[in-house]
Design a protein around this ligand. Sequence first.
Ligand SMILES: Cc1cc2nc3c(=O)[nH]c(=O)nc-3n(C[C@H](O)[C@H](O)[C@H](O)COP(=O)(O)OP(=O)(O)OC[C@H]3O[C@@H](n4cnc5c(N)ncnc54)[C@H](O)[C@@H]3O)c2cc1C
Length: 383
Amino acid sequence: MDFELSPQQEQIKKAARQFAEEHFPDHAREMDEEEAYPHELVQRAAKQGFVGATLPQEYGGAGVDLLTSVLVAEEFNAVDPGLAGAIGSVDFGTEAILQLGTEDQQQRFLSGVAEAETITGAAISEPEAGSDVAGATCRAERDGDEFVVNGTKMWITNGTVLDHMVTLVMTDPEAEDRHDRHSLLVIPSEAEGFTANKITGKLGIRASDTAEIQLDDVRVPEENLLGEPGEGFGYIMSFFNEARIGVAAQGVGIAKGCIEMARDYATQRRQFGQPIANFQAIQFKLAEMATKAEAARLMTYKAARHCDEGQPVPEMSSKAKWYAGETAVECADECVQIHGGSGYVKEMDAERFYRDAKITEVYEGTKEIHKLIIARGLLDQIG
Ligand SMILES: Cc1cc2nc3c(=O)[nH]c(=O)nc-3n(C[C@H](O)[C@H](O)[C@H](O)COP(=O)(O)OP(=O)(O)OC[C@H]3O[C@@H](n4cnc5c(N)ncnc54)[C@H](O)[C@@H]3O)c2cc1C
């Protein structure tokens, strides 16, 4: 497999890093402390083409491939994971609209996203259904040419700022197979009965908006049904193949940022009359961080390439997502360790990265669920 980046990819990667270094440091600490969504920065990123870059040009996107968007996410996350998360998720859910939407639906739901005039989301999780996606009970009942939706969606990224969200709803509770009970509906936030309550007190990625969403008799026109009824579970699994690579990219970027921070600190901090980078114990930490980050990067690029070639491999997405998440957490831990006491306080970015890293092991499928997917693939090959 060719991992050589094209000149255009190199250029976009460099531009993303420049943008992040120019604009993130002014906002990162403040947005983290205030748990505030960075509206202005999101607009600025959109003007530079960093929002919804994979969207086709006819919808205002740059039409880049998934690997290119991975490169952008990596550079953004290396500078600040919270702001990177807010910018990177403006178009969350649009993958499903692109895959399943009719031309009319794509026109209605994708327009304005790349300009960040429209913010989207994907509402799958519920208070009682997280890892068990098929256990979702948010109910959509047909009433003439509308669906009436009732239920609660939990942990929804962009929940209080989004314009519409791709929502997993239960349309056929009687279906024999629990994987045939769901459908995907695009629900606008302006609909009557839609209430978003911001979730505060998050450990990390606090600039990214997260909400609990209450849906009370929300009426949604049947034109907002994506794909076929009853196929929602399968659609979400296919959506995850791509979306999880985005989280793997976050992990790779966080690891990269931690390595850079740790290296810089280790060469500048002196103990016993010399830079701590001279000590083999510190060198070993840096070497291990760099090696794991490189392995995670290659897996993530490979998983993205599979998708770009139209042949996503679920086990590969899971391997990349699990390993990149774990690597991010390990690198953030070692980064704090190398900073000693200074890494333990908010004045140093290492503290924020340590908190931000953890999410990459939780959302878009926990690491345990990814190991199950990998193991299942392996056992299926034998069976
Ligand atoms: C900041 C944030 C943003 C999020 N954004 C979104 C979003 O935009 N849209 C959305 O739909 N969801 C979102 N989520 C939800 C996220 O995807 C879920 O939190 C995640 O899938 C885990 O579900 P859960 O929290 O219900 O944990 P649970 O499923 O209850 O899991 C609890 C623990 O049990 C383990 N476990 C569960 N089942 C098994 C099993 N079969 N075998 C082994 N271990 C198991 C898990 O790995 C975990 O360690 C977000 C979450 C957070 C924190």
